[in-house]
Design a protein around this ligand. Structure first.
Ligand code: ATP
Ligand code: MG
Length: 338
């Protein structure tokens, strides 16, 4: 069995730095290694579970996320990019898998629990939302992925998928593959905080993100707003680097670790102002983001080509999914006419 990579993103907004360090970098690296068959899914069905009243928002962001992919180096010649809602096999697999999961187990999923608390759904929690880990199991298994590059918030989802796979294979026979999560080696990249502080994950739905598409002015405006040490009032005051988002970002993005150590030492001692550190972080981020931004603008000039990539990727993914579905149906004894 070869190596198969699958991962995805919800088109609930454009992609941000959290996606970049949490998952995009790993997937581009594995794509470029040539050792993986690669699939990336734009999870619009999942985005609709908490954006069902905002269909145009989800639709617009399918295109935006596709542009972000191209901008960071996902290459449609080597990675199959598909749209979840245009893959009927995923809905069918989800329905079969729903029997292999209890409601109690779904309600215990810590990420789903945290998201429910954060979203405070007005009319109660949609059943589709509680069940989205099951639809994710369908996403991961349609191509028999064994590697899933994700941020740490996704570990409970991968665990649920593994349970579904074990249950399915135990009852119906060895058809599905148990996936492994691939999370970034560096702890701070596993869950990059938003600009408002280290306690909260950078998230499209929270409006605390630095987006890959942000221009220089927007980038600076966001870096300027970033949470630092609230006790660091005067430049001369000693400051704390722990829990200080600007230093968290420098740990992740500044490749010159010795220089970061020097800045930390100076900040702790006093005499280094927040604006100075922020100016440095801004330059570090801009070096990383400027080429991505430029490539994104280039790809945005030809929307038809982006849509063609999505259509062709979806066709290809559907072929792979149909083959898995045939095996699943046979194993479940519902292949009535062969
Ligand atoms: P939403 O708020 O709509 O859920 P999101 O920002 O959480 O959006 P997703 O589309 O849910 O983004 O996540 C896509 C991938 O990016 C997942 O693998 C997830 O783990 C990873 N990811 C998202 N946010 C971060 C982050 N702040 N740090 C590291 N990885 C992240
Ligand atoms: Mg999310």
């Amino acid at each position: 069995m070869g190596n198969v990579l699958l991962t995805g993103d919800r088109p609930s907004g454009q992609l941000h730095l959290g996606h970049y360090v949490g998952s995009l970098k790993n997937r581009v690296q594995l794509q470029d290694s040539g050792e993986y068959e690669c699939f990336v899914l734009i999870a619009d069905v999942q985005a609709l579970t908490d954006n069902f009243e905002a269909p145009q928002h989800v639709r617009d962001n399918v295109y935006e996320v596709a542009l972000d992919y191209l901008a960071v180096g996902i290459d449609p010649a080597r990675t199959t990019v598909s749209i979840q809602s245009l893959m009927p096999a995923l809905s069918e697999l989800t329905v079969y898998y729903l029997n292999l999961v209890t409601l109690a187990r779904l309600e215990r999923n810590p990420t789903v629990k945290a998201e429910i608390a954060q979203k405070a759904f007005k009319g109660g929690v949609p059943a589709g939302f509680v069940c989205y880990p099951v639809s994710q199991a369908a996403d991961i298994t349609f191509c028999k992925a064994n590697v899933v590059p994700v941020g740490i918030d996704q570990l409970p989802m991968i665990e649920q998928t593994r349970e579904v796979v074990r249950s399915f294979n135990g009852i119906y026979g060895e058809v599905l593959v148990e996936p492994e999560a691939l999370i970034p080696a560096d702890e701070k990249s596993q869950r990059l905080p938003g600009i408002t502080g280290n306690d909260t994950k950078m998230s499209k739905s929270l409006g605390n993100g630095i987006y890959l598409a942000d221009d220089r002015d927007t980038l600076w405006a966001k870096v300027r707003q970033m949470y630092t040490d609230p006790g660091h009032l005067r430049v001369s005051d000693p400051g704390s680097v722990e829990g200080n988002t600007v230093f968290t970002y420098l740990d992740v993005f500044d490749t010159d670790a010795a220089q970061v150590d020097g800045l930390k030492e100076h900040y702790r001692r006093g005499g280094l102002g927040d604006v100075k550190v922020k100016e440095h972080l801004f330059e570090v981020l801009d070096v990383e983001l400027a080429p991505i931004r430029e490539r994104r603008a280039e790809f945005a000039k030809d929307k038809a080509a982006v849509l063609t990539m999505l259509r062709e990727g979806t066709d290809r993914a559907n072929e792979v999914a149909a083959a898995t579905l045939r095996e699943v149906r046979a194993a479940m004894r519902i292949d009535y006419f062969g």
